[in-house]
Write a protein that binds this ligand. Structure first.
Ligand code: A3D
Length: 318
């Protein structure tokens, strides 16, 4: 039987997710949105491309959670995106309310789903979502690290004129201005980036610029678009997580997962490398961090904790 994938939020990311999932034939897609017309319209539009692209999955749109019943995967983008000048944290109050409604909707209808959250501010919203649904922590996860790492790898590839396929790196911690590019785990064609700096192929200052551009990667796009935020790369990243779960690929991916003692940290969601397979988050990988990486990572976790405290002030039930 085909898998069922429900997308809660049929906006920019939701629509792109639906398109990518259909092209990859990962399963039947239900697009859910409070604006039912948008969900129905996008589902129909994508379905009408199936004869051209030759995919064989069903797509439908709805504003009724019953239609998302027994989903294998749920990807949540319901919420408000940033406007120019806003930080992700500015979205907390409004998106927390929205995520509570979504949690109510999916909790009754798809208790066994693998749930990927994309709504910002990511780490705090995914933590709230887990608390509101009380789903297993290994089945509730946030998408951010794949996107942030992908942005960094792309910037490095442009700078060094090396194919993205030959670059490995990862960005961990909270998905905010405190995110940490793991430079000690950044390899260019198998060589540590620090070696390239030593060899004068890139200056330390230029490398810092690329790290900063990554941190502000979302804002750069928000500024260009004027209305809305990035959606192609975020959707591609969410699909990679869903695919690793559905096909039991056991890929190692940087994602916002529930940390329970790893890296000396407890009871918080933040970006760490995880293995995603048929059981959801099957393992958190503990990398050996350099002292600089570790201190930046801890700072980032502190920022997430502070924002979660702010969320608790807004909703004391958290
Ligand atoms: P947008 O195109 O506005 O789509 C959001 C959709 O959510 C709209 O169609 C709304 O109608 C719908 N919606 C609002 N309230 C509800 C509700 N209660 N139930 C169901 N649907 C609802 O936004 P987008 O798709 O560009 O972005 C979605 C979210 O992802 C925003 O919070 C962004 O900040 C976030 N985002 C996260 C990343 C990460 O890397 C984590 C990247 C880019 C965007």
């Amino acid at each position: 039987m085909r898998k069922k994938i429900s997308l809660i939020g049929a906006g920019q990311i939701g629509g792109t997710l639906a398109h990518l999932i259909a092209l990859k034939e990962l399963g039947d897609v239900v697009l859910f949105d409070v604006a039912a017309g948008i969900a129905k319209g996008k589902a129909l539009d994508i379905a009408q491309s199936s004869p051209v692209n030759g995919f064989n999955v069903n797509l439908s749109g709805t504003d009724n959670y019953e239609d998302t019943k027994n989903s294998d995967v749920i990807i949540i983008t319901a919420g408000v995106p940033r406007k120019p000048g806003m930080t992700r944290d500015d979205l907390l109050g409004i998106n927390l309310k929205i995520i509570k409604q979504v949690a109510e909707g999916i909790k009754k209808t798809s208790p066994n789903a693998f749930v990927v959250c994309i709504t910002n501010p990511l780490d705090v919203i995914v933590m709230a979502l887990q608390k509101y649904t009380n789903f297993n922590k290994n089945k509730v996860i946030g998408m951010a690290g794949i996107l942030d790492s992908s942005r960094f790898i792309y910037f490095l590839s442009q700078e060094l004129n090396v194919s993205v396929k030959k670059i490995q790196s990862l960005v961990l911690g909270g998905h905010g201005d405190s995110m940490v590019a793991m430079l000690n785990h950044t390899l260019i064609d198998g060589k540590k980036i620090s070696k390239l700096v030593e060899e004068g192929l890139i200056s330390k200052e230029r490398l810092d610029d690329l790290v900063n551009r990554t941190k502000k990667g979302g804002a750069e796009i928000v500024k260009y678009l004027e209305k809305g935020s990035a959606f192609y790369a975020p959707a591609a990243s969410g699909v990679e997580m869903a695919e690793s779960y559905l096909k039991d690929l056991k890929k190692q991916l940087p994602c916002a997962a529930y940390i329970d003692g790893q890296y000396g940290i407890k009871d918080i969601y933040a970006g760490v490398p995880v293995i995603i397979g048929k059981n959801g988050v099957e393992k958190i990988i503990e990398l050996k961090l350099s002292s600089e990486e570790e201190s930046n990572f801890k700072k980032s976790i502190k920022a997430v904790k502070e924002l979660f405290d702010a969320a608790k002030k807004i909703d004391p039930s958290l």
